[in-house]
Design a protein around this ligand. Sequence first.
Ligand code: PMP
Length: 318
Amino acid sequence: ICWSEKGGWHRPRVQPYGPISLDPAAAVLHYGQEIFEGIKAYRHTDGSVHTFRPDRNAARLQNSARRLALPELPTEYFIQALHELIAVDGAWVPSGEDQSLYLRPFMFAKEAFLGVRPAKKVGFYLIASPAGAYFSGGVKPVRIWLSENYARAGKGGTGAAKTGGNYASSLLPQAEANDKGCDQVVFLDQHRHVEELGGMNIVFVFKDGHLATPASESILEGITRDSLLQLAEDRGLTVERRDVSLDEWREGVASGDIVEVFACGTAAVVTPIGALVAEGFEDVQPLGELALSLREELTDIQYGRREDRHGWLHRLDA
Ligand code: PMP
């Protein structure tokens, strides 16, 4: 679907997958004016196809659009695009353990001009690709590298938006993490509070039964995190959205006050963190049961194996 300053949103259509032609002066290629989302479609054992909280992805895309000076796509157009893609390509939704169809909505500035201002011509697209299980052979704890030299986002920046620039700036720290034998990188803010991983949020579990997760304005508000924390609250656990400093993390693990740390996002759902590594230290992280048990509960809901008591599922093939 296209957008122009004069015509608003127009020309929704489904077309065969293939290259997009762009003017070499298209604004997105020079100034990075683009945003995206990540969402999955799941096949239930009765064959039906469902997605998870698509209204939240639509709302987050609207937030991202505001920050990147792009037009807001109405929620009904976003959801209609998911339905139309499944109507044509529903057969690509795999069945089986932890299998899904990954859906990638994205929007970018198509107008050709070499000047820094919001584009007056924009496109919104939706593509999809079958996704296998994130972990082969079961969920494994990850080693994470503490990025001391690079920040992902700053106060007032684009950290809370899902825009390519944030990911571009995390490529080098991610490569550094891989060089140090780690799977992922964790970022801090300027006050040495924990923010998030390159593509996942982070949650700390305390011995007294409460959970804490960063409340920063420069991280992406994960839909997986929100859902897991709701399930934790349903179990009677207390959830705090607050600053967690690197010192609190390290001291909490050393004293036994922190009993588990996990990362979460659409792709992996939940991954326990097994080690925190930086130049000069390697802290082994305690592994508990809660992360895996919340993961099981959430995936059971997504795959229709457990009652969807919060009404999170949205059927796409009917
Ligand atoms: N933080 C970042 C930077 C991400 O890219 C993602 C993945 N979208 C998340 C957190 C987790 O968000 P969600 O649970 O909505 O996938």
